[in-house]
Design a protein around this ligand. Structure first.
Ligand SMILES: [Zn+2]
Length: 418
């Protein structure tokens, strides 16, 4: 069998493994609560706040979709014309012009071009967040965060670029196999490393202060049978008024993080309700499932790229001779950009079902649907959410059930529907 035949087999095996993982580990069986409950919940929310949330999201849309569109166009123009390959060649030349220079300098410049051209949209978004008094950051803090983000991406990017093109250089026939294994490993590594090394770049984390709330949260985790080493508080208030909590990391790096804004905006029982939701993610191993899906998806993407590399007219429009050469990196980004836009609804669907299960877990653990519903209402109000967003936007990108769906789930729970 040729390497190409083996790649076809690997593609099939990985695709089946990914499909099985998604079918088996994603909780598909929970239908949303009745629409009548959702509409009843919507009517209990303060109308002026709902209107402001909707106005805020309308204001954000041009910047958000503009950025998406411009980013996609740039990726396609660089990747599906010889422009990207020429740019990579040109910026690699002063650094020796060899494959290492093209891989690292060329790769970073191509990404940077796309970032810089979408920068006005990011700035526009910031002005809207400031206007609606959600951001507490001035331009200085915003710029510092931006530069930190570039620095983190550059470090990860250099590792990924150098790793990938070293493999394609030294294993021209079998790079897809090594590359798939490397990409999957990188995803797993990031799951462990990001919370420990990268999150502290943007926020300070301190263990939650001793007191009744901390005691109750630790007790809640113990009742739930979830090993949680600590509950950390992030100093999110230095950039936002929005509230949030999340669980990240795997095994020894697993932690529950609550924004300091949550502690000031929500009542202690509501914080308990939020943390109960996060414990649901830990208990149901959602970080593990997410990492597994990500790793399989990354491996599948590398094999798919190899197979796509056999499409000679695609290589011709990009002005490259092989998809595995550093000059073809812009083509890779174009393919990734299209894949990202196309797969967004599927990612949202998986995420929403996972979030709905964590909500059900919170309700079962706290047995307090009233507080859960109040907490959802508060989250939406403080974060200026649209509690019942347009259907198309929800289906395209929503990572969580809508606020009214979550409130309705609490009402269904209160009625005894489990
Ligand atoms: Zn969640």
């Amino acid at each position: 069998m040729t390497p190409r035949m083996w790649a076809v087999v690997a593609f099939g095996v990985l695709a089946v493994a990914l499909a099985v993982t998604v079918v088996v580990l994603v909780p598909w069986h929970r239908p949303p609560a009745p629409r009548a409950d959702q509409l009843a919940a919507l009517r209990t929310l303060p109308a002026d706040r709902v209107a402001e949330g909707r106005a805020f999201h309308s204001a954000l849309r041009p910047a958000g979709y503009g950025s998406l569109l411009v980013g996609l166009v740039i990726a396609l123009v660089l990747g599906l014309t010889p422009l990207g390959a020429r740019l990579i060649e040109a910026v690699g030349r002063p650094f020796g012009g060899n494959w290492v220079a093209q891989a690292i300098v060329g790769g970073i410049v191509v990404v940077l071009v796309a970032d810089l051209l979408t920068l006005p949209f990011a700035a526009w978004r910031h002005t809207i967040l400031v206007r609606y008094e959600l951001s507490t950051q001035g331009w200085g803090g915003w710029l510092v965060d931006l530069l930190k983000g570039f620095a983190v991406s550059a470090v990860i990017g250099v590792v990924a670029l150098l790793g990938f093109y070293t493999i394609t250089h030294f294993a021209p026939r079998w790079w897809w196999a090594w590359g798939a294994a490397g990409a999957a490993t990188l995803v797993v590594l990031m799951s462990f490393v990001l919370p420990v090394l990268v999150e502290p770049v943007f926020n300070r984390f301190t263990p939650m202060a001793d007191g009744p709330l901390r005691t109750e949260l630790i007790q809640l985790a113990r009742t739930d049978g979830v090993p949680v080493r600590d509950v950390l508080v992030a100093d999110a208030s230095r950039r936002t008024r929005q509230v949030n909590a999340y669980v990240s990391g795997l095994g020894p790096t697993r932690r529950i993080v609550v924004y300091d804004t949550l502690l000031t905006e929500a009542t202690p029982p509501e914080v308990v309700s939020v943390v109960a939701h996060e414990l649901g993610h830990a208990k149901d191993r959602d970080v593990f499932t997410g990492t597994l899906i990500g790793a399989l998806g990354a491996a599948l993407a590398v094999v798919a790229l190899f197979l796509l590399g056999g499409w000679s007219s695609l290589l011709r429009v990009a002005g490259v001779t092989s998809i595995a050469e550093p000059r073809a990196f812009a083509l890779l980004l174009a393919v990734a950009a299209v894949a990202g836009v196309v797969s967004s609804p599927a990612q949202g669907l998986v995420s929403r079902h996972t979030e709905a299960r964590a909500d059900a877990h919170a309700l079962a653990l706290t047995q307090d649907p009233t507080t859960f519903e109040a907490m959802q209402a508060r989250l939406s109000s403080v974060n200026l959410g649209d509690p019942d967003p347009p259907r198309w936007e929800y289906l395209y990108a929503a990572s969580h059930p809508s606020t009214v769906e979550r409130m309705a789930a609490a009402r269904a729970y209160a009625r005894g529907e489990r």
